[in-house]
Design a binder for this molecule. Sequence first.
Ligand code: ADP
Length: 266
Amino acid sequence: MIVGIDAGGTLIKVAYTENGSLHFTKYPIAEIERVATWINELENPVICVTGGKSGVLRSLLNKNSKEMVEFEATHRGVQFLLDRMGRAEDVYVVTNVGTGTSIHCIQNNMQERLGGTGVGGGTLVGLSHLLTGVTDYEEIVELASKGSRDRIDLKVKHIYEGKKPPIPGELTASNFGNDLFAVAGELSKEELLSTVVGLVGETVSTVSVLAARQCSSSTIIYIGSSFIHNSLLKEVVESYTILRGATPLFLENGEFSGAVGAMISL
Ligand code: ADP
């Protein structure tokens, strides 16, 4: 078995090939010992580990393993998954919305990190919990998908009352910036959570579009586990990226890019 593992801040992503077919699986980082036990019990695996927690995982393994720099693994994995989707992009931006967000330019088969933002999937879960008490990721995204941001966000068109704004009126002027004091006590969990998703989605897409100006492409490929079962985040990121003049693409199984890149390096 050939195994690639991306041990990140929140989740451990695993890609492996068995009898010629590719499999994906993921675990919470709290289950790192369980992952190590699974690997330790495999017969003759070939293993490559990447991600911020790769050192911790490797210290729990009783088998030889290779280690790979995370950004390089992600880059290779994105190329592989793009190819699998039948896409032939060769210049593009990759925005990885993991616990935090990291943005890269891919050109001439090389990756360069353009920057990032601390606003990412960790913000989504953390801020959601603080505002509503909800802890479970799946519950957060489910409730968020049913909410409206209208009473909480302030749009450009709300400021330019009776006047044509110089920028699209649908842009958010201020996330959580509406006149909240009167309605604060009556806001539902759904409204609060959808606004948190809006904040995260608009921030990562805005930063990505600005970063893309340093890369000779306006195609932005979004990956990372923050998009799992999160069609609202995808919608926000897609529409905001288009509104700001770039072309978004969501990579199938994109959250496994690092794990796939590690696996195919073997
Ligand atoms: P990292 O490599 O930093 O662990 P990921 O790409 O795995 O980053 O993304 C982590 C984010 O994915 C979390 O912050 C959360 O928003 C989201 N997520 C998706 N599924 C889950 C889950 N089952 N449990 C917790 N977070 C999840």
